[in-house]
Write a protein that binds this ligand. Structure first.
Ligand code: AMP
Ligand code: MG
Length: 256
């Protein structure tokens, strides 16, 4: 960050108590960065070094942990962030946990059970590829539980995250925000490219049809669960190089 510039976090954080207007956010904008793709790549190299140094301190001190939550619609770029940013960390102290459709055993427990078990211990970094937020997103949109159940979860999640923070966990949450058009192009590429077929699932199409419902559900999750101790950041993510840069910048700002 050049001195005097507004931190990325301040530009992209959802202020506690405010609701983002997701439809009005330009998903191909590059807030806080005037350079091009090459310049972003150069900057990302520096940030990766800073992240590696931060992890060494975290590991040496064994006092705190870092939890990074990644949420996005299908093709939103979670995999890309893991490949381009999270790999800056030493895998020995890092764990990526992916949360899919709950297993039978997981369904016999409360919805926070499986995520709690995957939180990072002191000195470690945990990455959630999807998270407990699915329990107010896909679960809400597909009416997997009644409203009387999911509507209580925002407060429950805030209380749980505050408890983790009070016990030494830093929490940052990223929503990778892409446009409907960008999503269409990315899903089409998956279909066209045999090497990307594995990423394709018929569920992706269904999610697409429910675009508006997801936008409403995301808006509520971001508005109700962005807190001082566990903030949400909305990352314009149509431009992959900006997405990676912004996530890395915010992680470095968090690490300070
Ligand atoms: P992927 O991330 O592409 O492997 O897909 C994982 C799938 O699991 C997505 O379709 C999610 O919506 C779904 N999923 C994740 N968490 C839950 C949950 N708590 N209940 C139902 N479906 C979920
Ligand atoms: Mg998928």
């Amino acid at each position: 960050m050049t001195s005097g510039a507004t931190p990325f976090g301040d530009l992209l954080r959802i202020k506690p108590g405010s609701a983002p207007d997701l439809a009005a956010i330009d998903t191909s904008a590059t807030p806080g960065f005037g350079g091009d793709k090459d310049a972003a790549g150069d900057r990302l190299k520096e940030l990766r070094d800073e992240l590696a140094a931060f992890q060494e301190r975290l590991w040496a001190e064994k006092k705190q942990s870092l939890l990074i939550v990644l949420q996005a619609l299908d093709a939103g770029g979670k995999d890309g962030v893991i490949r381009k940013v999270i790999t800056a960390f030493n895998p020995q102290g890092t764990r990526v946990a992916s949360f899919g459709v709950p297993t039978e055993e997981e369904l016999r427990h409360d919805y926070l059970w499986r995520v709690h078990a995957a939180t990072p211990g002191r000195g470690r970094i945990g990455v959630f590829d999807r998270s407990h937020y699915e329990d107010v997103l896909v679960v809400r949109v597909n009416e997997l539980v009644p409203k009387s159940v999911w509507s209580k979860r925002y407060d429950e999640i805030n209380a749980w995250e505050a408890y983790l923070a009070a016990n030494g966990m830093r929490i940052v949450k990223f929503y990778l925000h892409i446009s409907r058009e960008e999503q269409r192009e990315r899903l089409q590429k998956r279909l066209d490219n045999p090497e990307k077929h594995w990423k394709w699932s018929s569920g992706d199409l269904e999610t697409r049809r429910k675009w508006r419902a997801y936008r409403t559900a995301y808006t509520d999750a971001l508005a109700r669960c962005s807190t001082k101790t566990a903030p949400w950041f909305v990352i314009p993510a149509d431009l992959k190089w900006y997405r990676d840069l912004a996530v890395a910048e915010i992680l470095v700002e968090t690490a300070r």
